[in-house]
Design a protein around this ligand. Sequence first.
Ligand SMILES: Cc1cc2nc3c(=O)[nH]c(=O)nc-3n(C[C@H](O)[C@H](O)[C@H](O)COP(=O)(O)O)c2cc1C
Length: 387
Amino acid sequence: MPIITTIADLKRLHKRRTPKMFYDYAESGSWTEQTFRENTSDFDLIRLRQRIAVDMTNRTTQSQMIGQDVAMPVALAPVGLTGMQSADGEIKAAKAAEKFGVPFTLSTMSICSIEDVAENTTKPFWFQVYTLKDDDFMQRLFDRARAAGCSAIVITLDLQILGQRHKDLKNGLSAPPKFTAASMADLATKWGWGIEMLQTKRRFFGNIVGHAKGVSDPSSLSSWTAEAFDHALDWDRVAQLMKMWGGPVILKGILDADDARKAAALGADAIIVSNHGGRQLDGALSSIRALPAILDAVGDKVEVHFDSGIRSGQDVLKALALGAKGTYIGRAYVNGLGAMGEAGVTKALEVIHKELDTTMALCGRRDIRRVDRDILLIPKDFEGSWQ
Ligand SMILES: Cc1cc2nc3c(=O)[nH]c(=O)nc-3n(C[C@H](O)[C@H](O)[C@H](O)COP(=O)(O)O)c2cc1C
């Protein structure tokens, strides 16, 4: 077993063990991938202030996200097709999150269903929905999430149409994979993945197939997806969806201060500053660059969370020190899952926790809830002078 010390180590193993179409699905951004790249490279522009001779005993990374206790303010982001990175992947990730004490967010586009995850975990998880036209289907999703004990809904607002990722088209991405000469040749080298996948019955979109009208078999799913997303989405519809759910709501995909003000005015419990991991609007600002202006606009009105580009505990610390109250990781835990299943997700969380704790200590701080911009060295024009 190789010694794993970083998320990059898990990424290498993920690439080796998982079919190319699913690895590429995770490790892609839209179009030129500029925003995808800058999500990580812009983190590197911010430096940390080394402080010495400061008592670093009794440190804590414990905090709260929307009033819920967390071992560290790092949740698992909603990620579609997770059950294709490793058999029963959503269940494995949810179990790892539960044991670690951080929130798990299940995507609508998951392989394991809401009920599958609820049956295999003991604590409430969060459920992410896209904004779909069909009210009956949305209401059923909310009812199922309520019955499963979900403690918050994440409404994703940055994907009414899909940002194109070239590799998905070239690889013929599908769940389960279609047997072509190229996919067969690739699968022949990923036999560990294949054996596990043959042992599970969960190989289709578990929240949709058999639940959405007219989608009783997976082959009818692509036409459903093309028609189901609500291109006419506006803030009134967001308010309507929040009312239909009637519980804690996190609005995801906010990258602009004006939008953040609108989301805060709706009374959301939190917003997530996110560009979908660089998978939607290519050319948009990196999430970490967009964060300060949004915090200035609404940081005192709504809990501000952050995702896109986190690959280390140092990244988490930078986002929190800027003022975010919580963060999410997407690819970082998917790399762990694809590398080593549940143990890999746990490893990803351990790596990030250790980096976060040690980095906080070396910045002279002991309590993650009290880190602030004083520990950061931020380049003068970090947010950019745009017109
Ligand atoms: C493979 C993949 C699938 C995703 N699927 C969803 C999804 O179904 N719903 C959603 O709201 N966000 C989805 N996202 C976006 C993540 O929730 C999150 O915003 C993003 O991964 C954060 O960036 P990071 O991967 O750099 O951490 C997905 C991201 C990836 C990488």
